[in-house]
Design a protein around this ligand. Structure first.
Ligand SMILES: Cc1cc2nc3c(=O)[nH]c(=O)nc-3n(C[C@H](O)[C@H](O)[C@H](O)COP(=O)(O)OP(=O)(O)OC[C@H]3O[C@@H](n4cnc5c(N)ncnc54)[C@H](O)[C@@H]3O)c2cc1C
Ligand code: SF4
Length: 484
């Protein structure tokens, strides 16, 4: 295969690669990964499409500023080890990001090839190079960790924000301990995102890279209960709070407490973290449901409805109050869900969960909607169509309309300034109102994305390093106002 010296015309003539995937009829009854990854030849060909723009607009679309043209060029030359090295240098979890990042609204949205045709498949290439490194000898990202700084850093939460901050601080020579409430690592990556999108083995390998850097992870520690931030401040020189936003927002409709109604977090945690429904000897129960209705239109809703289908639901339905164009879920997930037989019921809002005489869910009463004027989010507001009410049969209803900040940690630390959504307020470099305490990820932003949480972790780590080593430049900037 010709790898060098292609003209721009030759590059533009190459068609964007298609990701090989499991057949929909086969995969909708198991938890195997749907996307199968590119072959070496496919990756090289796709990488050759990149015209190596001098202005690198794709990099500007990446919250952790990966040197995208550089790693793509290395793939085009068949030097996968260098490609992986470049990725890992800027991104602690590249194999995760290559699978779950919404590239279509980030790096790929800025790719010049997208102006007249299809952008370079940056996400697929990222996954290819990161996976290659997982299973081959690759160049170590860090030759040598600098001599220890004698500074101790505590990180609260082992999700993407906490893991990224930990990696950045460890390579700067600080002693890092992560405190995690659950019994396993990864945060939403493990308990929220299902195996068929992000295998647990990938999380394990990426986390083990951090442990090899000397990061200590203490699971089963609930900060705010087992220990408090005040106690940690006595022992540690700086703290990064990255405890996510795991508190479900209630639907506030009648019947919400019936048996058979789950929050998305509970449903997914039972299946993803506890293995419910996937083997006969699992101790964690789950109501599988024959007719399952999931309420919401984001990635979480999509994950729930696809899990329900895999657990055996004959009818797995998604009820969303706007039209499909407004759905926040990744386009690829919507496509995959439909292929798997998911029914997407748009312009529909739940008004009551219906129960039988024993308190079990038997249906969902819905209101038909139409789109009105744009609201503050810029999306057209759903407006009820008078008199258009209908019932769906359902034995399980899952609420996936969103999550907010869990007050368990913040309530134990009244000095920590919060905004009106109860998220932690930070200044431009992630510093909170408490000296030496920084925060980032969903606990600051509200529910956002993996890569934004990682960007926060990276930025806060840099500010924490300054705080630990120098006079405190970042602390002079004021706290931001409401950040959500
Ligand atoms: C089902 C689902 C699917 C998603 N899909 C995508 C996707 O495809 N792409 C994407 O980019 N984003 C996706 N997201 C969003 C993304 O996962 C989050 O934005 C991201 O994980 C936030 O990272 P974080 O580190 O801030 O928090 P989290 O990932 O929530 O991690 C926080 C960690 O802190 C721990 N913790 C909480 N409280 C305490 C405490 N008091 N003491 C100690 N530890 C504590 C939690 O157990 C958790 O492990 C999805 C979210 C969900 C729920
Ligand atoms: S914008 Fe697209 S074509 Fe240009 S360097 Fe980035 S990936 Fe390559």
């Amino acid at each position: 295969m010709k790898t060098k010296g292609l003209t721009t015309k030759e590059r533009l003539a190459i068609r964007r690669v298609k990701m090989p995937e499991l057949d929909a009829g086969q995969r909708n009854r198991n938890f195997q990964e749907v996307n199968l990854g590119l072959t070496e030849n496919q990756a090289i060909l796709e990488a050759q499409r990149c015209v190596q723009c001098k202005s690198k607009p794709c990099v500007g679309g990446c919250p952790v500023q990966i040197e995208i043209p550089q790693f793509i060029n290395a793939i085009a030359e068949g030097d996968f080890s260098t490609a992986a090295f470049i990725l890992q240098r800027d991104n602690a979890l590249p194999a995760v990001c290559g699978r779950v990042c919404p590239q279509e609204i980030q790096c790929e949205a800025h790719c010049v090839l997208g102006q007249k045709g299809e952008p370079v498949a940056i996400g697929y290439l990222e996954r290819f190079a990161a996976d290659w490194a997982l299973f081959h000898d690759s160049k170590p990202t860090v030759k040598e960790i600098p001599s220890l700084s004698k500074k101790n850093v505590a990180i609260i939460g082992c999700g993407p924000a906490g893991l990224t901050a930990a990696a950045e601080l460890a390579v700067k020579g600080h002693a890092v301990t992560i405190f995690e409430a659950l019994h396993d690592t990864g945060g939403v990556l493990r308990y929220g995102i299902p195996e068929f999108r992000l295998p647990k083995s990938i999380i394990d390998i990426e986390v083990s890279r951090l442990v090899n850097l000397g990061v200590v992870i203490e699971c089963n520690v609930v900060v705010g209960k087992t220990v408090t931030i005040s106690m940690l401040r006595e022992e540690f020189d700086a703290i990064f709070v990255a405890n996510g936003a795991g508190l479900p927002i209630l639907l506030a409709i009648p019947g919400e407490n019936l048996k058979g109604v789950y929050s998305a977090n509970e449903y997914l945690t039972r299946v993803n973290l506890m293995g419910a429904g996937q083997s006969s000897d699992c101790a964690t129960p789950i109501i599988r449901g024959n007719h399952v209705v999931v309420i919401g239109g984001g990635n979480t809703a999509m994950d729930c409805v696809r899990v329900a289908r895999r657990l055996g639901a004959d009818r797995a339905m998604l009820v969303y109050r706007r039209s499909e164009a407004e759905m926040p879920a990744r386009i690829e997930e919507i496509k995959h869900a439909k292929e798997e037989g998911i029914e997407v019921i748009i312009l529909t809002s739940p008004i009551e969960v219906l129960g039988d005489e024993n308190g079990w869910t038997k249906g969902l009463r819905c209101q038909k909607m139409k789109l009105g004027e744009p609201d503050t989010s810029g999306r057209r507001k759903p407006v009820p169509i008078e008199g258009e009410i209908f019932d769906l049969d359902a034995d399980v209803v899952i609420n996936a309309v969103g999550t907010g900040a869990n007050p368990l940690l913040t309530a134990s630390e009244p000095e920590l300034k919060l905004n009106k959504w109860k998220n932690i307020e930070v200044n431009g470099c992630g510093a909170t109102s408490l000296d030496g305490v920084f925060a980032g990820g969903d606990i600051v932003r509200g529910g956002a994305t993996v890569i934004l949480a990682m960007g926060d972790g990276k930025q806060a780590a840099s500010a924490m390093h300054d705080f630990l080593m120098n006079p405190r430049p970042c602390l002079s900037s004021p706290l931001s106002s409401d950040t959500q």
